[in-house]
Design a protein around this ligand. Structure first.
Ligand SMILES: [Fe+2]
Ligand SMILES: [Fe+2]
Length: 376
């Protein structure tokens, strides 16, 4: 076959490989899977027997990777072996025989019985140019068993892509984590205003997630619901202390004001385009609606009440009854379950009460994990 045709076949194959992996990697939401996909991309590009993507945790002075599906993270000191050298110096390495190189660390070979011969190591960078990790390809699968300069160039393409994808992933993750933290903190502010201290918001979020999963809501949606759940009482920040902290029964006028915490919370978030805050807006608005239509603020009935509102109602009341409040002492478990069963089809969605009672042990496990006064 003429050389030009071989070259075209080769570039067609490479393009197909790159395209296939780019599509997978850009939509990946799990960093460990992303690392494995990047490693597979590198392996195919340079025809190596093995390829590893190492990430540098500068503060910990560690490099970590994942060995494969279900395999735990592997960590090594960042001054260890050839990859450590690449990460510290930023230099690429193309080594024909690792055992002739004093920088090579034989420990992993000795532990696994694998024999490393040829090695390629290439660092990758974030947008500011700092090294955030490295690609390491081991043992070229051709007769010569040696990586070429062309392989080095190909692995550079992969490492360039790895740097950008991993940085974007880390930033995105950081944003989501920040959002979650702000939401929980705001929720805690709302709760502390009414002296519902301790782990009330955390427990309600966990109960809500569990009940959402039991009721058949897909896990990804249930997770968003869980993150937004701590905001259910955020509107209480606008209710005066004289009402929130009143030990006795509220007067009719005071109760009218108290009920407004639902619409206040709803109004705070309803204009946001952020999905979590949209969900928070629904929960704040509908967590005091009742299945029989006698709730507030709108007196919605049955399935007209959003499932998020119906679930939060069960989770919130279950937790409130089991905790000391300014106006009452915590109820014993038996009294609570009797109440929940009695309110089946009245205050609560009957299907949710059934799921709650059928799986009570799982709810109790959450309650016992987050006991007020402990420092979980
Ligand atoms: Fe509330
Ligand atoms: Fe609450």
């Amino acid at each position: 076959m003429p050389t030009s045709k071989i070259a075209r076949l080769e570039s067609d194959r490479l393009l197909a490989v790159i395209f296939e992996y780019m599509t997978k990697i850009t939509v990946e939401t799990d960093i460990e899977k992303m690392v494995m996909n990047l490693a597979d991309l590198g392996k195919e590009l340079v025809s190596a027997d093995r390829c590893t993507v190492w990430l540098h945790e500068q503060s910990e002075k560690l490099l970590w990777t994942v060995g494969g599906h279900g395999v735990q993270k592997i960590t090594i000191p960042d001054d260890s072996g050839l990859v450590g050298y690449t990460v510290r110096t930023g230099k690429e390495l193309n080594i024909e025989d690792a055992y002739c190189d004093s920088r090579f660390n034989r420990t992993i070979d000795e532990e696994t019985g694998y024999r490393t011969d040829s090695v390629l190591c290439i660092p990758f960078h974030n947008a500011e140019g700092s090294i955030i990790g490295a690609f390491q390809a081991i043992n070229k699968l051709t007769e010569t068993k040696i990586f070429t300069d062309h392989d080095l160039e190909l692995l550079k393409i992969a490492s360039n892509f790895a740097g950008k994808s991993l940085e974007a992933f880390i930033l995105r993750n950081e944003l989501v984590e920040t959002q979650k933290e702000i939401i929980t903190t705001m929720g805690e502010i709302g709760e502390s205003r009414s002296q519902e201290t301790g782990f009330h918001v955390k427990r309600v979020a966990k109960y809500s997630y569990l009940l959402a999963c039991l009721s058949g809501i897909p896990e990804s949606e249930a997770l968003k619901f869980k993150y937004a759940s701590p905001m259910h009482d955020i509107g209480k920040v606008a209710i005066p202390d004289s009402i929130l902290l009143k030990p006795g029964k509220l007067t009719e006028d005071e109760f009218v004001l108290m009920k407004q915490h639902t619409t206040i919370g709803h109004n705070v978030f309803k204009k946001s385009k952020r999905e979590l805050l949209q969900i928070a807006s629904i929960i704040a608005n509908e967590h005091h609606e009742r299945w029989d239509g006698n709730g507030y603020p709108k007196g919605k009935k049955g399935e007209d009440i959003h499932i998020y509102g119906r679930i939060t109602a069960v989770a919130d009341v279950f937790d409130a009854l089991g905790s000391d409040r300014v106006y009452k002492k915590a109820w014993p478990l038996e009294k609570i379950t009797t109440y929940m069963a009695e309110e089946r089809g009245k205050q609560f969605d009957p299907r949710l009460v059934d799921l709650f009672l059928d799986n009570l042990d799982q709810f109790i496990a959450i309650r016992d994990e987050f006991i007020d006064g402990s420092d979980v």
